[in-house]
Design a protein around this ligand. Sequence first.
Ligand SMILES: Nc1nc2c(ncn2[C@@H]2O[C@H](COP(=O)(O)OP(=O)(O)OP(=O)(O)O)[C@@H](O)[C@H]2O)c(=O)[nH]1
Ligand SMILES: [Mg+2]
Length: 370
Amino acid sequence: MTQKAILVDVIPQDVSKEESLQRLDELESLVKTYGGIAVVKVVQKKTMPDYRTYIGSGKLHELLEENKQNKATLLIINNLLKPSQVYNLGEICKTQDITVWDRIDLILKIFDKHAKSVEAKLQIELAAIRHMGPRIYGLGLELTRQAGGIGTRGIGETNLQIMKRHLRRREQKIREKLEHYDLVQANHRSQRRKKDLKTVSLVGYTNAGKSTLLNALTKKGVYVADKLFATLETTVGKLYLPKSEKIVLLSDTIGFIQDLPPDLIKAFKSTLSEIIDADFLLHVIDSSDPLYESKILVVEDILSELGVSNKPKIYVFNKADLAVNLDKAGITDHFHGFSPMFVSAETKEGLTDLIDIIENSLADPSFCTE
Ligand SMILES: Nc1nc2c(ncn2[C@@H]2O[C@H](COP(=O)(O)OP(=O)(O)OP(=O)(O)O)[C@@H](O)[C@H]2O)c(=O)[nH]1
Ligand SMILES: [Mg+2]
């Protein structure tokens, strides 16, 4: 059954109308990707979120009143909340059987739904432990309360401490298991290096068309969908370079999105290690998206988090077939350090030129990293 959701975005006063609409649209796409449907969408302009419930209590009660008709079962706040705020909201919304998630909870639920490999599942569990803590088990601060009751003080551990210890152990165990995957991947990479195979990694905002481009360039058959986070695993395909008659490996992986906490990104380290080790990056941009520039910045920020901001990059402005009025000259000028290319992975326009520049870049020792 499709779950009905109430979406709330709390933004500072100075956010533009365009950006605020785009934030809501993105949240709605995330909800759709999860398999839900937005029945109410609200933007609350607030300089300081409410300390207890994040959204203001007046707005919250208004939403709950309205929901007597809508009967949504999810309340999703498009921000990063404190565990206590999610808990407090949950307590208030319990009366209407509404579950409360913040933006990261939703992203984690999507990841969880899409993950196929054991490795991806482990990484998601690790990220969830870090973000949700005891909330993972549907348990929250009530544990602290119980433990704080009369008679329990001073008698060994509280339930919350037991839970935290359990989570720490689980985290440790996951980390150990992930180390195994790190080793396997590191091994693959060193094999490739021995064979003198270079790797180019596709990076970009989610839904930019990375997997479509990988498929167009390598016929790899990666899953493509008009969904956010269609890809969670890393896929490597071979691209034939006609001039040098060599092969280069192209790797596609998870897309980025705004407001991802660094801890969460780090949980995906083993998936993202392809990016870290690549000879250079193709930053794929959806040029039909009016807000592509701010998304470029989000991606660059995450690359910096990963410690790869200095890796050589080519900016690939994809979906050129949809972006008819694109100011190509302006973009070429503005991003000249990143050799902007205009392509359509869908119609294959511009791909020959892209392959050409990949080939030239690989042959240029001053361009590639060690
Ligand atoms: N018109 C048009 N659509 C495209 C193009 N490239 C990709 N798409 C569409 O854009 C959507 C997203 O494409 P994907 O290749 O799944 O995007 P991605 O960057 O891999 O996304 P995630 O894996 O979700 O991060 C799909 O519906 C594609 O068919 C293009 O050049 N033109
Ligand atoms: Mg993809």
